[in-house]
Design a protein. Structure first.
Length: 303
């Protein structure tokens, strides 16, 4: 067009809209290539007979019908995973809040203790910790050794008993409360001291202050931690895969491990893809329920 100057490449990049797209493009490309496209392929395979070694053959809803009508292990893994998540997550949040309130008072060693309590969240999901945890709870491990040292003679097989094996994994999950603790600690520091002073003037003791002041103001953080930790609970994998492999009698078989077994050990990859989409639906439903109940117990009025 007449009077319009040709833009140089540098001037072209300086335009805000173009610059935004350019700087966001690595994430957008990565998101499409490593998230959206694989999810689309997985959705297609969930409707196929596919074993990795041969081309996929479309089979309709066969995998989903089999899952709900002819797979007892599927329902067992659902129960185990729900039990693990619904027990470990509340315990983890309770311990995180208790430790956060203890570390709220600043001393010379506070920084060390905060780092020490946060460390399990960093290394707790590693294979090395899982192997160490497995040895600790073995019949000749540290736990039984300590019990014998205090006069309780035992060689109990913690990982070989259907009643206790899942609790070994739950204790490991609860031990990794560091990230939730830091969130609670940050929130506790934001509560104005004037609210506690007013509560003290009104005659409230420490317990009443916790229930009437601290806990209501922490509910947004509790909600955030609850959603994130619940998702992580349903996606737990390493603990089961390394420590128990779902034994004994599938009493610790997590849904994610069963999905892995179907996909890469039994070569039912199409069925494994269907399991993955059902897990996505379950997590979405649980998150939806949590958000639906949010208005009944989460205080969002501010300080």
């Amino acid at each position: 067009m007449k009077g319009k100057k040709n833009l140089t490449f540098k001037q072209f990049l300086c335009k805000e809209s173009v610059a935004g797209v350019v700087f966001c493009s690595p994430f957008i490309i990565g998101f499409l290539m490593f998230m959206i496209v694989p999810m689309g392929i997985s959705l297609y395979y969930s409707f196929c007979d596919y074993n990795i070694l041969t081309p996929a053959v479309f089979s309709g809803a066969k995998n989903y019908i089999k899952m709900f009508t002819d797979d007892e292990v599927f329902w067992q893994t659902i129960g185990v995973t729900f039990y693990f998540a619904l027990v470990s997550v509340p315990l983890r949040l309770i311990f995180a809040l208790i430790v956060a309130m203890i570390l709220l008072k600043t001393t010379k060693a506070t920084g060390f203790y905060r780092a020490a309590y946060y460390l399990p969240s960093i290394i707790g999901g590693s294979v090395a910790v899982a192997v160490l945890w497995k040895r600790m709870w073995a019949t000749d491990g540290v736990i039984n050794t300590l019990l014998n040292a205090i006069g309780i003679e035992t060689s109990f097989a913690w990982l070989g008993n259907t009643s206790t094996a899942i609790w070994v994994l739950i204790v490991l999950a609860v031990w990794q409360f560091g990230s939730s603790m830091l969130i609670f600690l940050s929130a506790l520091k934001q509560i104005p001291a004037s609210l506690y002073e007013a509560a003290t003037v009104d005659g409230a003791n420490k317990w009443q202050q916790f229930w009437k002041v601290t806990l209501p103001l922490l509910t947004p953080n509790i909600f955030f931690n609850l959603v994130m930790q619940m998702i992580n609970g349903f996606l737990a994998f390493t603990q089961c895969f390394i420590i128990t492999q779902g034994k004994p009698l599938n009493s610790t078989l997590f849904y994610t491990v069963y999905m892995y077994q179907q996909s890469f050990e039994f070569y039912n990859t199409g069925y494994g893809a269907a399991l993955a989409w059902i897990m996505l639906a379950i997590i979405g439903l649980i998150t939806l329920v949590l958000f639906a109940t949010k208005k009944f117990w989460v205080y969002e009025g501010g300080f």
